[in-house]
Design a protein around this ligand. Structure first.
Ligand SMILES: *Cc1c(COP(=O)(O)O)cnc(C)c1O
Length: 401
């Protein structure tokens, strides 16, 4: 066998060991709290220096460990831990490194619930969250303080898809003695290798592409060797566990991740290109488009793009906007993304603390699913045509409501 396997091969062969499970191809669903030992000697032998109760369902079962091992390998980190949702992975990974009196830096384009957690919940523990412009690069040094414990990155940013110069930010953060944590959900570990770019802890909302079928909520945090003891201690102390069925769904989803992502990427770029030429579309936010301000960074650091991007429509009334959204046949209206099905999400103006993101028209987030790309192009075109027809019949609809 070749010593270094391609990523898509690794994700088919990792996290399973048929010889240990009666030849079953997939790691079975283990249910259980108690794990019995046969002898006192076996019981004592399970104890680890940092965990005297290593065999107990709360610390995971073979099903849990299969997923953790597979994701750690994909991300290129040391070890992983699963959490009951993507947000739980973000917040608990943050809590595992910060202490009272610390200062934390987050990008202005960070995922909204992570922003809320940092501003409200961390503040209750005397931890100060400050935001920085997503495009800050090495300029982050001006915001680093003696008590900065953590610099959080997320690229592209949620909702508006700004890219970040992660290696430049990580270099400055490490010089100042801070950890670097990344939300790597958009690219997945297949299209961005966080630990090769200076990240210490990488978080996945596995709910999205890893699970891939919109049927389970799950998060995974992966640490390098240096940050692992903190992450493990923080996570174990909170006592969260995840049902084995959801973990099984994530393991199953990952087996097809590379095929699915290729099509999400391809279709997403096709839709974004068509939309960028449409007269009702004011702006497309997608780092894989050559004209996108983040394109050069995406090309330098990323190995691919997912199917999630956003558009800003020309200003129109909410009635005309409804004409567009309600006319869509193949795109569902809903939260989350990363499943096989296409989605649109009408978004409000982005919340920003330090780098205003002015929008005049409606922002719409689009997730390109696995339907035929020509069908999706046609669906968006006919819905935009419907909005044009509404505007022609009632020109006052063009005025932003
Ligand atoms: C969805 C999402 C999360 C949270 O995942 P949940 O499983 O819904 O809690 C975190 N970060 C990003 C970038 C997301 O898109």
């Amino acid at each position: 066998m070749p010593t270094k396997l391609q990523a898509c091969t690794e994700l088919l062969h990792g996290g399973r060991d048929p010889a240990r499970h009666y030849g079953m191809v997939n790691t079975p669903i283990y249910r259980g709290s108690t794990v019995l030992a046969n002898t006192l000697e076996e019981w004592e032998s399970r104890k680890q220096p940092d965990n005297p109760y290593a065999s107990y369902g709360r610390f995971g079962t073979p099903t849990t460990h299969a997923l953790e091992e597979l994701v750690a390998n994909m991300e290129g980190g040391y070890r992983s831990l699963v959490f009951p949702s993507g947000l739980a992975a973000c917040t608990h990974a943050i809590l595992s490194v910060v202490r009272s009196g610390d200062h934390v830096l987050l990008p202005d384009s960070v995922y909204g619930p992570t922003r809320a957690f940092a501003q409200e919940t961390l503040a209750r523990f005397n931890i100060e969250a400050e935001f920085y412009a997503a495009n800050v690069g090495a300029g982050i040094s001006a915001q680093l303080r003696a008590n900065t414990r953590l610099v959080y990155v997320e690229a592209p940013g949620s909702g508006t898809f700004e890219m970040q110069d992660i290696p430049a930010i990580a270099e400055q953060a490490h010089k100042a003695g801070a950890y670097v944590m990344m939300d790597n959900t958009w690219a997945t570990p297949l299209y961005f290798k966080p630990f090769e770019h200076g990240v210490d802890i990488s978080v996945q909302a596995a709910t999205k592409y890893l699970v891939g079928h919109s049927d389970a909520l799950l998060g995974v945090a992966t640490a390098n060797q240096d940050a692992w003891p903190l992450l493990r201690k923080g996570a174990h102390d909170f006592g969260q566990t995840i049902g084995p069925d959801d973990i099984f769904l994530a393991l199953r989803g990952i087996r097809t991740l590379s095929l699915r992502l290729q099509q999400h990427w391809d279709t997403g770029v096709k839709l974004a290109s068509m939309l960028s030429r449409h007269p009702l579309v004011a702006r497309v936010m997608h780092p894989a488009l050559p004209e996108d301000p983040g394109h050069a960074l995406w090309k330098r650091d990323f190995l691919g793009a997912s199917g999630l991007f956003a558009i800003e429509l020309q200003p129109m009334s909410s009635a005309a906007f409804s004409c567009f959204i309600d006319q869509l046949q193949l795109f569902g209206i809903g939260l989350s993304w990363g499943g096989y099905e296409s989605l649109v999400l009408p978004m409000g103006a982005p919340t920003r603390s330090v780098s205003p993101y002015p929008v005049k028209g409606q922002l719409v987030r689009i997730h390109a699913g696995l339907e035929d790309s020509e069908d999706l192009v046609a669906d968006l075109q006919q819905a935009l045509q419907r909005a044009s027809d509404c505007l022609a019949v009632a020109p006052e609809m063009a005025v932003s409501a």
